[in-house]
Design a protein around this ligand. Sequence first.
Ligand SMILES: [Zn+2]
Length: 356
Amino acid sequence: MKKNVDYIKSVGIPRIIEVSETARKKVKSSVEAIGRSSVLILTGENVYNTVGKNIEKKLKDLLLKTMLVSSPRIEEVRKIEFEMELDEVDCVVGVGGGRVLDVAKVVATETNVPFVSVPSTASHDGIASPIASFKEDNRPVSISTNPPAAVLADITVIRNSPIRLIRGGYGDLISNITAVKDWKLGKEKKDEEYNEVAASMALMPAQLLLREAETLDLKNPSHLELLVKGLILSGVTISVVGSSRPVSGAEHKFSHALDYLGYGTGLHGEQVGIGTIIMEYLHEKAYGEGNWELIKQSLENIRAPTTAKEIGLAKEQVIEAIEYAKRIRRKRYTILEDQNPSKEEFEIAIEKTEVA
Ligand SMILES: [Zn+2]
């Protein structure tokens, strides 16, 4: 018997996915296509003024209520559920960045109605994934949810979002490269179940963008569109496999460690981007396959951080975080469990890659 990866509860993929310069205009027809007529919009304060209002207008006949999400916490979910007339809502439309979408997907799952995701930026693969990330008592917590019924990614809207967020999205996409390598290790060393198609779905968009490393420019609409599609595909891959395994390996453990320890000022995608450089180096050193320099160069080209200092981390904190990462989710076999590098080896890795 193959060892199962750690399955989440729901499998299924979005029925409607649109990535275009006018995707926002499809919101009403999408809600109608999934047979719904009584919508709750969840959005953020800033996004409401730029995009939310517009979506509200388009949904006018179907709209029950618009509520503003202020923080990505479970109390916020409870507050929304308490304040809305749950019985009447038959669809939740989330318009916003990662935090708003995380709250919206949990509200939709708990009230058992479809969720329509309208991302205002592309900072990580949560825009289409069945996982919400919250902070409880300053600790990161993941909650599994139903996958969105529809994802409407409007390139015009996303292009106007803060560039730092989009750069973070690239870091999250590129991390699939080491995540899939870790998954393969799990298959080879621990006889873990491995899905070749899902692995390709996670990997291909990252590789396509990496191929453009030298001229990579996220303001270029075709690169941005590829990034957004790649992040959606990553989210869909999680739904197909029923686990975040294809998109989350040792580089994510490193990022989670930073979150647990409360170190630095990096966004999720910035942390995993730097983690990817380090883990790719470790893979290359152990198995002779990989190209950490290319990954680093591509991050530099889009002006995403590639050093600890840029995200407010001291060298000792990076080392402590990698050591801590070894203790996170130990069942998920990665290059860290495989090689069990010593503190000295970590030091060499971050010096060689010039992370710190
Ligand atoms: Zn991620």
